[in-house]
Design a protein around this ligand. Structure first.
Ligand SMILES: Nc1ncnc2c1ncn2[C@@H]1O[C@H](COP(=O)(O)OP(=O)(O)OP(=O)(O)O)[C@@H](O)[C@H]1O
Ligand SMILES: [Mg+2]
Length: 463
C-alpha cells in the first residue's frame, strides 16, 4: 500500500525498541531477508541457526538499505539493541498501537486456506478502502513472520489482514496478542501438523488460541462443517462478542445455491449475516465457495458493502501454487495446467480433486506428490486419496515421492494408469512425454517436493 509518511523514523524505532540509533533516518520498508531489501529499507539482522543476519548487513546496504537493526555495532546507520527478534516484536507492537481507532485488524488462521482467504479478504477490503489495506505477504505467518508483517504496516492503514500459522500449541496465542485482531477467522480444521500436535482436538485448540488476542467487542468466525465446531465456539466464548459460523446449510453464512459458472468458477447465492446475495467467484471448487463466504462474513461484520466486496471475488486471479490456472499450448492443441504445487494435505487434496472432477476436459491427469508432516497417519492418508482420485475421473496419475507408494498400490486395483517416480524431475519428464491436447492436469504436493519447478518447466517450455 502507498504511504505518504515514512514507515518509521529512527526516533520511532528507538522509542519502540529502547535501542540506540547512530543518527536520524527515515525508513520506507522492513526486511530480514536481504534479498528483499530495497531502497530505504531497514534491514533486520536476525540471528539464525545457520547464518547470522549480521553477515548480510553489508549486502543489505549495497542493495539500498537506509539502516540496520542489529545487536552488534556495524558500519553504516543502525539501531543497536540487545536482542534483535525482541526488538522486531516491539516494533510490531508499536505499529499495531499507532493505528487509528477506526482501523480494523483481521487475523486468519486454520489448517488450510489461510493464505487463500487472507488474500481474498484483502482484495475485498481493497474495494472498500483503495490503497489503505495492509496484508502479510508470502508465508510470513510465524513467530518471525508476524512481527515482520506488523512492522511493515503503515500508520495510515485502515485495514490490516494478518495470517497466523503454527507448528506447536501456544504459538498462535503469542501471535494473536501481538496482532490484536478485531475479527479472528479460523478457515478450517484438518490434520495438518498432526505430527507435532497428536490429535485433531489439539489442533483445534491450538487454532482456537487466535481468539485470545481479540480486541474487546471482537468477532470470531469459525467453520460450520467440522466436527471441531463446538470446540472452536467454546474457545471463542469469553473473548468474542459475536461468534459466527460459516458453511454448511446451518451456518450464519451458508450457500443456498451454487452452480459452476461459465467462467470456470462458481455462481453462488448465499445467505449472509443480514442479507442474501448472488455473486460469482472466479476460482473453481467448493473450497473457494467456503472461502468466499468467509470473506463476505468478515465484510458484513465490519459494516462494509458486501455486494461491492463480492466483486473482488469475481475478478480474483489464481494464486501461484494455490490454484493458478495456465493454458499451455502443446503440439496439436492445449492443456489446462492447474498449479497447486505450494501445499498439500488431506483436506486440500480432497477439495482440489473434487474441483478437478468438475472440469470439462478430454482427459484428467494428476501429478500428486507427498503430503508432509502427517507422522504415523501418513501411509493411510496417502492411500485414502485413491477414492477422490477415482471419483474425479482421473485417467493418468503421476505419483511423486516414496510416501506415495500406498496410493500407487491402491490405484493399481483400478483402471487408472499409474506412474510412480522419486522426484519432480522424474515427474516432469513423464508429464512432458505423456500429456495430450485436451488434458486437464492437476499438480499438487507439499511445497518441499519441488513441483513448482515442474509447473515452471511445463508452462514455460510451451510458452
Ligand atoms: N477452505 C479450504 N478448504 C480446503 N482446502 C482449501 C481451502 N482453501 C484452499 N484450499 C486448498 O489448500 C491449498 C493451500 O491453500 P493456502 O495456501 O491458502 O493454505 P494455508 O493455510 O495458507 O497453507 P500454509 O500452512 O502453507 O500457509 C490450496 O492450494 C487449495 O488447494
Ligand atoms: Mg499460508
Amino acid at each position: 500500500m502507498m504511504s505518504k509518511q515514512p514507515l518509521w523514523t529512527a526516533d520511532e524505532i528507538t522509542a519502540a525498541t529502547g535501542g540506540k540509533a547512530t543518527g536520524d533516518f527515515e525508513i520506507s520498508g522492513v526486511a530480514f531477508d536481504s534479498r528483499e531489501v530495497e531502497d530505504g529499507f531497514l534491514f533486520v539482522a536476525m540471528p539464525g541457526t545457520v547464518h547470522d543476519g549480521h553477515d548480510f548487513v553489508a549486502g543489505a546496504f549495497e542493495k539500498g538499505a537506509a539502516a540496520a537493526l542489529v545487536s552488534q555495532p556495524v558500519e553504516g546507520p543502525h539501531v543497536l539493541v540487545d536482542d534483535v527478534p525482541a526488538a522486531l516484536e516491539a516494533m510490531a507492537r508499536a505499529a499495531r498501537a499507532r493505528l487509528s481507532d477506526d482501523a480494523v485488524v483481521i487475523g486468519v488462521t486454520g489448517s488450510v486456506g489461510k493464505t487463500s482467504t487472507k488474500e481474498a479478504i484483502a482484495a475485498a477490503l481493497e474495494r472498500l478502502a483503495p490503497g489503505r489495506v495492509h496484508r502479510s505477504v508470502k508465508s510470513y505467518n510465524n513467530h518471525t513472520g508476524v512481527p515482520l508483517s506488523l512492522a511493515r504496516m503503515p500508520r495510515e492503514a485502515l485495514f490490516a489482514v494478518q495470517e497466523m500459522g503454527m507448528n506447536h500449541s501456544g504459538e498462535i496465542a503469542g501471535l494473536t496478542r501481538m496482532t490484536r485482531p478485531h475479527v479472528a477467522v479460523i478457515t478450517a480444521i484438518g490434520p495438518a501438523h498432526i505430527e507435532n500436535l497428536g490429535s485433531i482436538e489439539a489442533i483445534a485448540d491450538a487454532k482456537g488460541e487466535i481468539f485470545e488476542g481479540l480486541e474487546p467487542g471482537g468477532v470470531a468466525i469459525v467453520p460450520e462443517e467440522t466436527d471441531q465446531r463446538e470446540r472452536l465456539v467454546k474457545a471463542a466464548r469469553g473473548f468474542a462478542e459475536r461468534i459466527l459460523t460459516v458453511g454448511g446449510t446451518e451456518g450464519d453464512a451458508a450457500v443456498k445455491h451454487s452452480a459452476p459458472a461459465r467462467s470456470g468458477g462458481s455462481l453462488v447465492t448465499a445467505r449472509l449475516p443480514g442479507r442474501t446475495l448472488t455473486f460469482t467467484i472466479s476460482q473453481p471448487g467448493d473450497h473457494w465457495v467456503q472461502n468466499a463466504l468467509t470473506v463476505l462474513t468478515v465484510v458484513s461484520q465490519i459494516g462494509g458493502d458486501v455486494a461491492r466486496a463480492a466483486l473482488a471475488l469475481t475478478e480474483m486471479g489464481g494464486l501461484e501454487g494455490r490454484g493458478a490456472r495456465h493454458r499451455v499450448e502443446i503440439e496439436g492443441g492445449e492443456i489446462l495446467l492447474i498449479d497447486e504445487s505450494y501445499n498439500a494435505n488431506p483436506v486440500s487434496m480432497e477439495a482440489t480433486l473434487k474441483s478437478l472432477g468438475a472440469e470439462k476436459a478430454a482427459r484428467k491427469v494428476v501429478v500428486l506428490g507427498t503430503m508432509k508432516e502427517l507422522g504415523d497417519t501418513g501411509p493411510a492418508a496417502h492411500a485414502a486419496l485413491a477414492a477422490p482420485v477415482e471419483a474425479a475421473g482421473v485417467s493418468l496419475a503421476i505419483l511423486v515421492g516414496e510416501e506415495m507408494a500406498p496410493l500407487a498400490d491402491a490405484l493399481s486395483l483400478t483402471p487408472i494408469e499409474v506412474v510412480h517416480v522419486n522426484d519432480a524431475a522424474g515427474a516432469t519428464t513423464n508429464l512432458l512425454s505423456m500429456m495430450r491436447p485436451g488434458d486437464a492436469v492437476l499438480v499438487k504436493a507439499s511445497n518441499s517436493m519441488g513441483l513448482g519447478k515442474l509447473v515452471a518447466k511445463v508452462a514455460g517450455d510451451a510458452a
